[in-house]
Design a protein around this ligand. Structure first.
Ligand SMILES: *Cc1c(COP(=O)(O)O)cnc(C)c1O
Length: 382
C-alpha cells in the first residue's frame, strides 16, 4: 500500500460541467457556472456578496486594496500561517506585525493581540487554522475598540462555524481557497466574501481589472472604462464549472472527511493518553470541518524519525508552516524578527500532517493509524 499525503478529489461531474461551460460560448469569468457557485454559497452559508477568484491569495490581495492599506500601516498576522496571509498586505506597503499561536492550538492567540496594537494598526488578519475558529468575540471587540478592519483568512474554513456562524462571514472580509489541498477545490481557486456593504461597489471594480464592467453588464452604463485600481482576479468558467461539481456534493464530501478525521482521532487517542503525541484541540465555540489532520510530536527530532518511519512504510507525511517572522524574506527586509514567538515556533518544529483527502479509504485510514502505533510500540522496546 502506498499512501500519498493528498489526492485531489473528483465527484464525477467535473468533466461534464466543463464540457457544458465550453459549449455555452463563454469561458471567461462571471458566466453561468460562476453564478451557480455564487448562488449555492449564498443559499448554504448566507454569504451576502461572493467574488470567485483564482486563489485565496487573490482574495487576500483584494482585501488589502479594499481596506486601503498604505505604506506605514501595520497589519497583525499570525506567524504560523501560509505566506499569502502576510504577503498580500506587505505588497500594499504594510508593516507586518506577527502574532503568536495559542498554547493549545496553532491558531493565533487572541489574548496576546491587544499588546500588538499601536496607533498605526489598520487590520487584524485571523487564520482559522485547520478550520478551527479563532475566538471571534475577542477579535471583534478589539477591532471595535481600536477601529480596525478584520479580515478572515478562511482558506481552511469552508463549512466551519464559530458559535454557529459560518467562518468567513464574521469579519469585514472573508477569504477562501479552492486549491487542490482544501476541502473543496478546482485546482487553483478562491473566493472573497464581502460582509461589509461599504465594500461592495469597489469589490466588483477591483475584481474586474479596475473597470466598471459589471455595471456595464447590468446595463447601468453604456460603456465601461478604467475607474479604479484592481487586477484580473476572476477565474475562468472552466474552474468555476469544476468547483460547482464539488459544491453540489459538499455534504457527501464533508461526511467522508469527517469520518476519516474521527477515525484518526479515535485510533490515535491511546498514544495521546500516554503522552506520546498531541492531538488537535477544538474549543467549544468552534466546529470541526475536517480540513486536515495533524499530530504534535514531542520534538523536532522525533518528528523526523516519524516521517522516515512512515516513509519506509510508504506513507507520505508532511509538515508546515515555517514561521513567517523568521522567514528569509522578512529578515532580509530589515524587519528583523529578533523576538521569539514560542508557541508558533513550537508548532513549526513539532506539528506533523498525516495523509488526509476525501477518498482516503477505510483500510488506508486504518493502515496509517496502525503504522503510527507501531512506531511507538517499537520505540518502547528499544
Ligand atoms: C492555502 C492557503 C492560502 C493560499 O491559498 P491559495 O488559494 O493557494 O492562494 C492562504 N492562507 C492559508 C492559511 C492557506 O492554507
Amino acid at each position: 500500500m502506498e499512501i500519498p499525503f493528498n489526492k485531489p478529489y473528483q465527484t464525477g461531474n467535473e468533466l461534464s460541467y466543463i464540457a457544458e461551460a465550453a459549449k455555452s460560448g463563454q469561458l471567461s469569468g462571471n458566466g453561468i457556472f460562476t453564478n451557480r457557485c455564487n448562488r449555492l454559497f449564498k443559499e448554504r452559508f448566507g454569504f451576502r456578496n461572493c467574488y470567485l477568484t483564482t486563489s485565496c491569495t487573490d482574495a487576500l490581495e483584494m482585501s488589502a486594496i479594499l481596506i486601503g492599506i498604505k505604506p506605514g500601516d501595520e497589519v497583525i498576522v499570525p506567524s504560523f500561517t501560509f505566506v499569502s496571509t502576510a504577503l498580500a498586505f506587505y505588497r500594499e506597503g504594510a508593516k507586518i506585525v506577527f502574532s503568536d499561536s495559542r498554547p493549545d492550538h496553532p491558531g493565533l492567540d487572541e489574548n496576546k493581540l491587544e499588546f500588538l496594537i499601536t496607533t498605526k494598526t489598520k487590520a487584524i488578519v485571523v487564520v482559522h487554522y485547520a478550520g478551527v475558529a479563532c475566538d471571534m468575540d475577542i477579535v471583534t471587540k478589539l477591532a471595535d475598540k481600536y477601529n480596525l478592519w478584520v479580515v478572515e483568512d478562511a482558506a481552511h474554513s469552508l463549512d466551519s462555524y464559530y458559535n454557529g456562524k459560518p467562518l468567513g462571514s464574521i469579519g469585514h472580509l472573508g477569504c477562501f481557497s479552492f486549491h487542490e489541498t482544501k476541502n473543496l477545490h478546482c485546482g487553483e481557486g478562491g473566493m472573497l466574501v464581502v460582509n461589509d456593504s461599504r465594500f461592495i461597489e469597489r469589490s466588483e471594480i477591483i475584481h474586474e481589472k479596475g473597470t466598471n464592467k459589471s455595471s456595464f453588464g447590468r446595463k447601468e452604463v453604456n460603456h465601461y472604462e478604467w475607474v479604479d485600481t484592481g487586477s484580473s482576479f476572476l477565474p475562468s468558467e472552466l474552474n468555476a464549472a469544476y468547483l460547482y461539481a464539488q459544491l453540489e456534493q459538499i455534504d457527501e464530501i464533508q461526511k467522508k472527511r469527517k469520518r476519516i478525521w474521527h477515525h484518526y482521532y479515535s485510533g490515535l487517542e491511546k498514544l495521546a493518553e500516554k503522552g506520546q503525541i498531541g492531538l488537535p484541540y477544538i474549543p467549544e465555540y468552534a466546529s470541526n470541518n475536517a480540513s486536515f489532520f495533524y499530530i504534535i510530536c514531542k520534538s523536532e527530532d522525533e518528528r523526523s524519525n516519524i516521517i522516515s518511519y512512515l516513509k519506509s512504510n510508504n506513507i507520505q507525511a508532511v509538515f508546515h508552516y515555517r514561521c513567517l517572522h523568521k522567514s528569509k524574506f522578512i529578515l532580509n527586509t530589515g524587519n528583523a524578527a529578533l523576538f521569539h514567538l514560542i508557541n508558533a515556533e513550537n508548532y513549526q518544529n513539532r506539528l506533523l500532517r498525516i495523509p488526509f483527502f476525501t477518498e482516503l479509504t477505510f483500510s488506508e485510514n486504518q493502515y496509517v493509524i496502525k503504522t503510527l502505533n507501531s512506531y511507538f510500540n517499537k520505540s518502547n522496546i528499544r
